[in-house]
Design a protein around this ligand. Structure first.
Ligand code: SF4
Ligand code: FES
Length: 238
């Protein structure tokens, strides 16, 4: 079938303003939007820039805005856009490096500041630090995060308040706050207990809607808020 694409183009080094460029290609219904991007680049316009790696929803590198909705280009099928023009834009909120490639540095730094690794003062046992299956179960959803940034790009709060730590960072905060082997839970809670931390989330649920790994992002943020109240403010304690 014939597919029409309208793609955001901008190279800040040479362009004064962003523009949109139209492309027409032929594609099969079962192909993915990423396959279309590759065909455009390989057959029509080698200057088009975007990120990709695994092609299978694992690496998180091809997060884009596809017809107004943040998603992975490798997870969206041509047949779902049949007959429509497909508009491809970079993730909102992020600075554009070139075309569909955005600067992820600040996004990753926000996560790095939360110490996304186990902190334990005690030495591990003879082998690894054992975690009971029921404790690990609490983390099963959030450990699926692939850092694609779709949630952050889709978050309406993020667009109004760039200082909000963002939904992806809070998913990573959750990952370690509720890890039974971690020994700095209170410090972690204090780090996100601030106006631009967990409390900036006002439950739009956009992050949850767009997350390609079906992580209950908003629910996780609300669980952090309740834990802040329980542990730091002793609210709800007997
Ligand atoms: Fe992507 Fe979901 Fe992780 Fe957000 S929470 S970065 S949408 S995988
Ligand atoms: Fe790796 Fe899409 S290319 S997640």
């Amino acid at each position: 079938m014939e597919m029409r694409f309208k793609i955001f183009r901008f190279d800040p080094k040479v362009d004064a303003q962003p523009r949109y460029q139209n492309y027409v290609i032929s594609a099969e219904p079962g192909e993915r939007i990423l396959d279309c991007l590759n065909r455009i680049k390989w057959d029509q316009d080698g200057t088009l820039s975007y990120r990709m790696s695994c092609g299978h929803g694992i690496c998180g590198s091809d997060g884009l805005k596809i017809n107004g909705r943040c998603a992975l280009a490798c997870q969206k099928l041509v047949r779902d856009y049949q007959g429509a023009e497909v508009v491809l834009e970079p993730l909102p909120f992020f600075p554009v490096l070139k075309d569909l490639i955005v600067d992820m540095e600040d996004f990753l730094k926000r996560i790095e500041r939360l110490r996304p690794y186990l902190v334990a003062g005690t030495a591990p046992g003879e082998k690894e630090r054992i975690q009971p299956p029921e404790e690990k179960k609490k983390l099963d959803a959030v450990i699926r995060c692939i850092l694609c940034a779709c949630c952050t790009g889709a978050c309406p709060v993020m667009l109004e308040n760039g200082k909000f730590i963002g939904p992806a960072a809070l998913v990573w905060a959750f990952r370690f706050i509720f890890d039974s082997r971690d020994e700095v839970q209170s410090e972690r809670l204090r780090q996100v207990d601030e106006p631009n931390g967990a409390w900036a989330c006002v439950n739009h649920f956009e992050c949850t809607r767009v997350c390609p790994k079906e992580i209950p992002v908003t629910k996780s943020i609300n669980t952090i808020k309740r834990e802040i109240e329980r542990v730091l403010r002793k609210i709800g304690e007997p």
